[in-house]
Ligand binder design. Structure first.
Ligand code: THG
Length: 366
């Protein structure tokens, strides 16, 4: 494999030195920042994630801070999810759309105060969009990128590790809620969330200088739990049906095509700029589906694989796929046309290695 050329433009994180020392093998780039994708191998990291606990440097999930009297108005312009009932300690997964009802991002919004939110973004430059909206609408709100870097603690033993380091009270945080801790006099928040289905937390590191001390504290406390460095795992996230913006969803996708209708409160007149466009998108002609692909392990996917029916008619495409050691089949995420999306439908997928049989499923694996 060729190297990834270092540069300032390709941002390092507060944990990058520790990630390197832990033996990161491969990186990807996300929000112009390094993200380690695996350490030992994707398969070995996957098996370990499902039975132990991992610490993930997900600093690349950058925060856009929105602050000011119009902060909520600014945020609500971008999403059909009704934010008015958000509790003071709550996180919301929100589809973010443009005026055409097309997906711009699928972040987590975190309410810090009535006039202060973080938007924990997927891989698109939402800061510029928020600045544009705030200025264009003359809103009394500012958007900027704070020095905040999420560190995920994921896996079945995440609760044990968090309880040891931060106490039972923090470990008892409910799903998509957060609590505040103090580390060396600095307040930080820890939410029960994370991009895996193994359970766990995300600590929003406030202040890069605290990165290595916090990392070391977690690794010291978790030795007997076999704590390891990890990262969002391709196999586990497909088994769980966690969508990846840029892969499974793009600006050509509506939230309804993405299967995110439960996060669209169209019955409520929110100020979402895409509201009326979304009303017309509610009955999509294609939608994301769980797909299994029979046969040999598929190659890495770097452009959509076409799905066809038995007569050779186009039926959609695959956007994510990999071999699952636990389910002993290829697991995949696809965008399937209405005529073919019924669970149990047998299709054909064209990979770089030739044609393989695919079947539409009614749910993801885990
Ligand atoms: N954590 C934080 N920021 C993030 C991500 C994260 N930013 C980028 C990316 N991930 C955003 N995308 C997602 C996608 C799915 C989820 C979270 C962020 C997720 N979904 C739950 C599920 O599908 O089961 C449902 C959440 C809900 O019901 O509200 O967790 O991971 N900080």
């Amino acid at each position: 494999m060729p190297y990834l050329t270092p540069a300032i433009r390709l941002r390092r994180t507060p944990f990058s030195r520790r990630v390197e020392e832990a033996g990161a093998t491969a990186y990807t780039v996300y929000n112009h920042m390094l993200l380690a994708s695996f350490f030992r191998s994707v398969e070995e990291d996957y098996a370990h994630l499902k039975k132990a606990v991992q610490v993930w440097d997900v600093s690349c999930e950058r925060q856009v801070e929105i602050i000011g009297p119009d902060a909520l108005r600014l945020l609500q312009l971008t999403t059909p999810r009704d934010l008015s009932g958000m509790a003071d300690d709550q996180c919301y997964y929100i589809p973010m759309v443009d005026e055409e009802g097309h997906m711009l991002n699928d972040p987590i919004a975190i309410k810090l105060a009535n006039d202060r939110y973080w938007v924990s973004i997927a891989d698109t430059d939402m800061l510029y969009y928020f600045k544009g909206l705030a200025n264009g609408f003359g809103l009394n709100a500012k958007a900027f990128e704070p020095d905040v870097s999420p560190l995920a603690i994921q896996g079945p033993k995440a609760d044990t590790l968090i309880a040891r380091v931060f106490g039972e009270k923090i470990a008892n945080t409910k799903f998509f809620r957060y609590k505040t801790i103090e580390f060396q006099g600095k307040k930080m928040i820890i939410a029960r969330s994370g991009w895996s289905h193994q359970g766990g937390f995300e600590l929003y590191l406030a202040g890069s200088e605290y990165g290595e001390p916090i990392w070391d504290m977690l690794f010291d406390a978790g030795k007997d739990l076999d704590v390891r460095a990890g990262g969002p795992n391709l196999i586990e996230r497909i088994e769980a049906g966690l969508l990846s913006y840029g892969n499974d969803i793009t600006i050509d996708t509506t939230p309804f095509e993405a299967g995110l209708s439960k996060y669209c409160n169209l019955d409520k007149a929110t100020d979402c700029l895409g509201h009326s466009a979304l009303l017309a998108h509610q009955d999509p002609n294609r939608q994301i589906r769980s797909i299994s692909i029979a046969g040999a392990p598929v190659p890495a996917i770097t452009s959509y694989w076409t799905l066809k029916d038995q007569d050779g008619n186009r039926a959609g495409h695959i956007s994510s796929a990999t071999w699952s050691p636990d389910f002993e089949t290829n697991v995949a995420i696809g965008m399937v046309d209405r005529a073919h999306w019924t669970p149990g439908t047998d299709l054909i997928v064209e990979t770089e290695n030739g044609e393989q049989s695919a079947t539409v499923r009614d749910r993801f694996w885990i």
